[in-house]
Design a binder for this molecule. Structure first.
Ligand SMILES: [Zn+2]
Length: 323
């Protein structure tokens, strides 16, 4: 009888220890006290996609402060601390946020899972000719090839990224699999509808040229809808355009007869303003979505809101005349 009792007590203790270990493991995979999956996303589009797909099961924050320039963001030491408390770190792609790779490399063994959401998207290249001076001050030309990192501006790529985020969340939180898949699928439907509206707008417009006083962010959008696209700067807004680039933009305006120049979000549109004053064309915002202002973030602006704004402005800029 004694032996049986002892066996019973040993079994209870073993079960209790096992449960405790299970609780510990579960607790490790949900570091937030509220039981939600905690996610930190680098830039606005991935932040918003996680917010939509994750819904009530996920708490997500954007690593980059609102209003910050995304290409040249310099992570702070405190970012590592924040990330180590999260379950998942999501960034767009290594060409867009090279700094995210450095951050990921600095995470501890207990750190979050890392997802490069745009991995697998077919990337576009831009070949450019640069004017380089050698040591003897003689000039020669060189060709350089760079990857265009603004992959989310083709809405079919955005759908792919949304799907990848949904799959990753399901791996971390398998109980939410159906929930994430449903959210992703209804959002992908909305992206497809918007994509069709862009197609229709371009089909029924009088010009097909986007002249952009900002950096070269809309290559994917232009490619998707068969538009001609010229921009004042390269893939990131780190250099002031020279007189040569300004002349090129004005030549395109003359050649195509476009009535508007587009400018980018969050920075003073000096180039577009100068060209607008010189040529008399109007100015319109084309929002690439890298980041939003503090006020926009607080008011809950979404990626779809920004893209719908772009559709409205493209209709004006391209001379939409309806169906
Ligand atoms: Zn950019």
């Amino acid at each position: 009888m004694m032996k049986r009792n002892r066996l019973f007590i040993v079994s209870v203790v073993i079960v209790a220890i096992s449960l405790f270990v299970v609780v510990l493991l579960v607790d490790r995979s949900h570091k937030e006290r509220d039981g939600k999956v905690s996610v930190i996303a680098t830039i606005f589009p991935v932040f918003d996609f996680v917010r939509v797909v994750g819904g009530g099961r996920v708490s997500v924050s954007m690593l980059m402060p609102p209003g910050t320039e995304a290409h040249s963001y310099e992570p702070k030491p405190s970012d590592i601390g924040k990330l180590n408390k999260a379950d998942l770190f999501v960034f767009m792609d290594k060409d867009m946020e090279p700094w995210a790779l450095d951050l990921a490399a600095g995470l501890g063994a207990e750190g979050p899972k890392v997802l490069e959401a745009g991995l697998g998207v077919p990337v576009m290249l831009l070949e450019s000719e640069e004017h380089v001076h050698d040591e003897d001050d003689g000039a020669y030309h060189t060709r350089s090839i760079a990857y265009d990192p603004h992959i989310w501006l083709d809405l079919t790529n955005a759908s792919y990224i949304v799907k990848r985020i949904s799959e990753e969340l399901s791996e971390i939180d398998p109980e939410g699999t159906n929930y994430y898949a449903t959210n992703a699928s209804s959002y992908i439907d909305k992206l497809a509808e918007l994509d069709a509206e862009f197609m229709e707008a371009v089909r029924n417009s009088s010009t097909r040229t986007i002249v952009h006083g900002g950096h070269y962010a809309f290559g994917y959008l232009a490619n998707r809808y068969g538009l001609e696209y010229v921009a004042a700067q390269g893939f990131s807004p780190d250099s002031e355009p020279g007189p040569k680039q300004m002349m090129q933009l004005m030549d395109v305006i003359k050649r195509t007869g476009v009535k508007y120049i587009f400018y980018e979000e969050l920075i003073e549109p000096k180039v577009a303003k100068a060209i607008s004053e010189e040529t008399g064309v109007g100015m319109l915002l084309l929002h690439a979505g890298h980041n939003v202002s503090k006020q926009q973030l607080e008011s809950g602006v979404s990626f779809l809101d920004l893209m719908e704004g772009n559709l409205d402005n493209l209709k004006i800029g391209l001379g939409y005349h309806g169906i």
